[in-house]
Design a protein around this ligand. Structure first.
Ligand code: SAM
Length: 328
């Protein structure tokens, strides 16, 4: 067989996975060294970019031709430029079409994947604490999707409670990036973040300084709050808890009557649709950390067993859901 023609469609499908691998890395490195932001701001030549950003000219030249070939940027009259749609997808964290953070998560997390062989050979897992930079990139999208959903979706009551001023508990708050966003949008509310990782708590405390925010180093299973909060939020943290029912029951106890729980989490689809393929592939990433995704059914059962009512699922796309329920 000569050349490209005549190859089976399966070959072309799998070939595209290799191209996608470079697409992820070209997007990530372009964001992290500022090339994409610079091009988005003002069209420039490869040499001009290298000089302006103080980067290695050879590396920038290779990146530019890869980014053009992969369709991330275009070139006209010797200047590299970016379409409005690409700016939105790669750089605008508030857009529902934002993929930049996901690409950065994938690239940064993949640095840990050398541990996969150990996982298969001896079951050894690697905890997530070395990858909070990657987590911040991925959860930016979750946070903005949540903030926009409560402003206009079925969960508008949460927006009303936060606007008026209420007490919020963020369980598994990580480095405090959601609390920071909530505090900026809802300055009348007060926040408590609970987080077991020392690295994350340290960063969250820096975010909390000078704000109505308290950060406690604690696992969700060990929380002992009683009727103190109006909203409990769990952002991609329930999957990581070893005793999920204890965490959800502690959240129920922590809430005042009339309070709500909001869980933002990837939930495993029953069938492998095109949209569901990412989360299904990502199971390997989670297995390396000793975790697994839950299903809608498992999450609903945890909430009902704890005493919650009115369990509702809002689909954010890409298998990410807002699961809300009330203590009535
Ligand atoms: C993917 S990160 C999400 C962080 C944050 N909620 C966000 O949305 O950016 C998951 C977090 O859950 C925390 N976590 C792990 N086990 C936990 C447990 N048993 N109770 C509470 N948090 C836990 C991790 O340390 C980590 O910070």
């Amino acid at each position: 067989m000569a050349g490209w023609k005549g190859r089976p469609k399966e070959f072309k499908q799998l070939w595209d996975y290799s191209v996608g691998f470079y697409g992820v890395w070209v997007a990530h490195i372009g964001r992290s060294v500022g090339l994409l932001q610079h091009i988005a701001h003002s069209p420039a030549s490869a040499a001009g970019l290298a000089a302006k950003l103080g980067l290695d000219a050879g590396a920038v030249g290779a990146w530019c031709s890869a980014a053009v070939a992969l369709g991330l940027i275009g070139e006209r009259k010797g200047k590299l430029r970016m379409s409005a749609r690409m700016k939105e997808i790669l750089l605008d964290a508030k857009s529902p079409n934002y993929l930049g953070g996901q690409f950065s998560y994938l690239a940064m997390r993949s640095l840990e994947y050398r541990g996969l062989e150990d996982l298969f050979n001896s079951g050894k897992t690697l905890d997530m604490s070395s990858t909070f930079d990657a987590i911040e990139q991925a959860t930016d999208w979750d946070h903005n999707a949540f903030l926009s959903a409560i402003k206009k979706g079925r969960s508008r009551r949460l927006h009303a409670m936060l606007s008026k001023g209420c007490r919020v508990l963020d369980v598994g708050c990580g480095t405090g990036t959601l609390i920071e966003k909530l505090w900026r949008s809802y300055p009348r509310s007060a926040f408590v973040g609970v987080e077991p990782s020392e690295v994350a708590v340290h960063r969250a405390m820096e975010v909390a300084a000078g704000k109505p925010v308290e950060i406690l180093r604690l696992q969700g299973e060990a929380m002992n709050f009683d009727g103190q909060f109006d909203i409990v939020y769990l952002g991609e943290s329930l999957y990581a808890a070893s005793d999920k029912q204890a965490v959800v029951s502690n959240c129920y106890r922590a809430l005042k009557k009339g309070g709500a729980i909001a869980i933002v989490e990837g939930l495993l689809p029953k069938t492998a649709s095109k949209e569901g393929r990412l989360i299904i592939g990502m199971q390997l990433d989670f297995a390396l950390q000793g975790y697994r995704f839950m299903t809608k059914e498992e999450t609903g059962a945890l909430l009902r067993n704890a005493g919650f009512s009115k369990v509702a699922f809002s689909d954010f796309g890409g298998s990410l859901f807002l699961v809300s329920a009330w203590k009535i």
